[in-house]
Design a protein around this ligand. Sequence first.
Ligand SMILES: C[S@@+](CC[C@H](N)C(=O)[O-])C[C@H]1O[C@@H](n2cnc3c(N)ncnc32)[C@H](O)[C@@H]1O
Length: 252
Amino acid sequence: MYDYMLGGKDNLGVDRAAIDQLTRHIPEAVPIAKANRAFLQRAVRQLAAAGIRQFLDLGSGLPTQGNVHEIVREASPDAKVVYVDHDPVVAAHARALLEEEGRVVFLQADLLRPTELLAAPEVTGFLDLSEPVAVLLVSILHFVQDAGDPAGMVKILRDALAPGSYLVLTHAVATIGREQAEESAKDVYRGSSTGGATGRTEAEIRAFFGDFELVEPGLVQVSDWRPDHPEILRDEALPGYLLAGVGRKMAK
Ligand SMILES: C[S@@+](CC[C@H](N)C(=O)[O-])C[C@H]1O[C@@H](n2cnc3c(N)ncnc32)[C@H](O)[C@@H]1O
């Protein structure tokens, strides 16, 4: 479904029908998906330029253009990227298209089990968690219901990271007055492999960062996070349905 919104070719009729249903209620869904992907790329580019050499991309999705390892490589050819997704279709595509000996690995795992995920050989044999890592949770936590304890799950990840590590996150916002649109989104995603979508308040989204320090400009509407072309984006400003932020783990 996300691939279809990004203009990709790896999607089925059922994905396209679901997104067509979604956009009838939320016409901004496609530009928001594109803004989400552009944010991920800006954040990764800036972290790589700032010297981060290890990336853990959770809920990485189908390979598309401008994948994390391709962006990272512009700044650092020897950087390492671990992609993680639980979807078997994503796994098949990602293994074929993304994996590169010694630099890029794919792990099929459920991020609801972070302790298991962090102990997987694809992670322990590849990343050095005593050094800074950027963990990406981009457009993924709203697919985790409260019953799955997303806050507890993200805390386990934060605690496992070394000072100087980063958390990169986008999350759908629960918006007052948009209940019908949200119900429609819930319906569409309930029928997907994710099982449903949950918008959260700004305070709930901020809490995912724990004691990590949000870098400038803080938690903002996704296309307002360090835009490449602010003058263009101002004309196309999207409503604040998706918040984005990057937090840094400080030394104790
Ligand atoms: C909207 S895509 C986001 C892709 C990418 N992070 C981005 O923002 O461009 C969400 C991805 O999260 C994956 N996902 C959803 N729930 C998951 C879970 N519990 N464990 C691992 N992956 C999950 C889905 O399979 C899907 O590929």
